[in-house]
Design a protein around this ligand. Structure first.
Ligand code: NAD
Ligand code: UFG
Length: 353
């Protein structure tokens, strides 16, 4: 990939972005993280540096600031972009759809225009399995019709279509929309991982808080679905496998123009109770749970057809569910220790001062 040296990663301080930045650096790429830290902490940049031996460059920019994005790309000399930046909470998107259209779609319009003006015409985009909607049978194949059940999902569909239009309008453009299934786990170093503020919406971060005693019990949203144990099935994928998938997609774009959508999942699925039990194995004890009513909007089964990722990107996921849970648990403990030692230092600072 001699023609791809400098990669700009929007949202590179976030959960999936930070793992991808570390993987890119370890493959020898020069990386600039473009982030406004609206859902991440600047300390992540230093932690990536601890993993890779060098901090990535940082551009603290909001993609909604068109002038800032343009002037950044005029100077950056970027060869390609991996675009993670965006809001991602389904419930919030139903309450504040305009914020989602503004940040996700508006931010992407600014990004693509600035890239176009600078002659940087390769992009990998974070799409989601949510674009398959609730009408398709599993496993989901890229050729299936898409649908969106909420404004968040709609932003992903619209951006996929924007990328398709861009590549059709100019043969120099190449774009891949990667449809992630359920990314979980953390870097095995315990230095970076998923760290949502407040009470988590998603299953694995919630179980992690039960395991470390911050929440009382997992609420299992429904055990009367038409699935083997009555709880919903999802295709959970280790975030480090996902990160590697982005590097394979970059390699693909170095050789091909046009637009592709590709599923990134394992091709297997696990139920809510299976995930809970895998986490019990990882943390070494039984975890309390209660059966709660179904969560509105959940669909019973999601699972990727992974043949296109294998064929096109020569990529497939490797980690199993217990490894995902073990790495999540390791990160959770290390994060707790970091918070506690930070609090002790602050306290000492106050009493000494
Ligand atoms: P995240 O919130 O941890 O990371 C997103 C990053 O983007 C954050 O660091 C945030 O500060 C930054 N950001 C947001 N708006 C910005 C803006 N206007 N300008 C600059 N930076 C901005 O999310 P994540 O879980 O790492 O997800 C990354 C991408 O993958 C998102 O686009 C998300 O929709 C998509 N995705 C995530 C999942 C998942 O379950 N985590 C599943 C499917 C798709
Ligand atoms: N669940 C519980 N209890 C909880 C949290 C979740 O039982 O406290 C269940 C859910 O009902 C669901 C399963 O665990 O059956 C997984 O739920 P998540 O919230 O972890 O993930 P989703 O599949 O609902 O959605 C996630 C992202 C979406 C994305 C989708 C596909 O939140 O943005 O994966 O990528 F679109």
């Amino acid at each position: 990939m001699g023609n791809m040296k400098h990669i700009v990663v929007t949202g590179g301080a976030g959960f999936i972005g930070s793992h991808t930045v570390a993987a890119l650096q370890q493959e020898g790429f020069a990386v600039t993280v473009l982030d406004n830290f609206s859902n991440s902490d600047p300390s992540v940049i230093g932690r990536i540096g601890q993993i890779t031996g060098q901090c990535p460059a940082l551009a603290e920019i909001d993609l909604r600031d068109r002038d800032a994005v343009f002037s950044f790309f005029r100077e950056a000399g970027a060869d390609a972009v991996i675009h993670f930046a965006g809001f991602k909470a389904v419930g919030e998107s139903c309450l504040h759809p305009l914020d989602y259209f503004h940040n996700n779609i508006g931010g992407t319009v600014n990004l693509l225009a600035a890239m176009d003006a600078a002659g940087c015409k390769r992009i990998v985009f974070s799409s989601s399995a949510t674009v398959y909607g609730d009408k398709n049978p599993v496993p989901f194949v890229e050729t299936m019709p898409t649908g969106a059940a909420n404004p968040y999902g709609r932003t992903k569909r619209v951006i996929e279509e924007m990328l398709s239009d861009m590549t059709a309008s100019d043969p120099a453009w190449s774009a891949a929309a990667l449809r992630y299934f359920n990314p979980v786990g953390a870097h095995p170093s315990g230095l970076i991982g998923e760290n949502p503020n407040g009470i988590p919406d998603n299953l694995v971060p919630y179980i992690a808080k039960v395991a470390c005693g911050e929440l009382e019990a997992l609420r299992v949203f429904g055990n009367d679905y038409d699935t083997p144990d009555g709880t919903c099935l999802r295709d959970y994928i280790h975030v480090c496998d996902l990160a590697k998938g982005h590097i394979c997609a970059m390699r693909y774009l170095a050789e091909h123009t046009g637009f592709e959508t590709v599923n990134l999942g394992t091709g297997r699925s696990a139920s809510v109770l299976e995930v809970l039990h895998a986490y019990e194995t990882a943390c070494g004890r039984k975890l309390p749970y209660v059966i709660a009513p179904r969560r509105p909007g959940d669909i019973p089964r999601m699972q990727a057809d992974v043949r296109k990722a294998k064929r096109l990107l020569h990529w497939s996921a490797e980690s199993d569910l217990v490894t995902m849970c073990r790495d999540s648990w390791h990160f959770t403990i290390m994060q707790k220790e970091r918070r506690e030692s930070h609090a002790v230092h602050r306290h000492q600072g106050v009493s000494e001062g």
